[in-house]
Design a protein around this ligand. Structure first.
Ligand code: SF4
Ligand code: SF4
Length: 153
């Protein structure tokens, strides 16, 4: 009786294509929503650290001044939180998997020298403007104090 119950399904399966793939004889084709490997467009990163704070497995570190972003891919659980949180949208999940390895190595990405030089120039410019504004404010205060002292005489 039970064999007859499943016979129609078994017969249908005889004429359906296999659900398995022929990997490795045919290339692996990931599903559209595959959560694969995290990649970064490092020159877009602003070093804000949002990804580091969002990461539940402490797989990420960021050094803003050195322009470095580091991931331990073997600690990453492919949750995608860092991708969601990144304000610059420079993180993405690529549709391939981390290859196995004998050690849990970290991978560090460093910004290009041109971008680092440009960021250093902007920091210097901002510091110079801040110093000029501070000096102008102090000069104004000194002038006001001198004027007030003159009026008192
Ligand atoms: S995908 Fe998840 S576990 Fe992997 S680095 Fe991003 S936040 Fe961390
Ligand atoms: S959240 Fe994005 S911009 Fe911020 S440090 Fe991480 S990768 Fe860089």
């Amino acid at each position: 009786m039970s064999v007859l119950k499943y016979a129609p399904e078994a017969l249908k399966n005889l004429f359906r294509p296999p659900v398995t793939t022929s990997y490795p004889f045919k290339p692996f084709e990931p599903a559209d929503r595959t959560r694969g490997r995290i990649e970064i467009e490092i020159d877009q990163c602003i070093g804000c650290g949002m990804c580091v704070r969002a990461c539940p497995s402490s797989a990420l570190t960021v050094d803003k001044n050195a322009g470095k972003w580091t991931i331990n891919r073997f600690d990453c659980i492919a949750c995608g939180f860092c991708v969601e949180k990144c304000p610059k949208k420079c993180l993405s999940m690529q549709q391939f998997y981390q290859e196995p390895g004998p050690e849990k190595n970290e991978v560090t990405y460093t910004k290009s020298p041109e971008v680092l030089a440009e960021e250093a120039r902007k920091r210097e410019e901002a510091a110079k403007k801040a110093a000029e504004a501070k000096a102008a404010m102090e000069a104004k205060k000194a002038a006001e104090a001198a004027a007030a002292a003159k009026e008192e005489k």
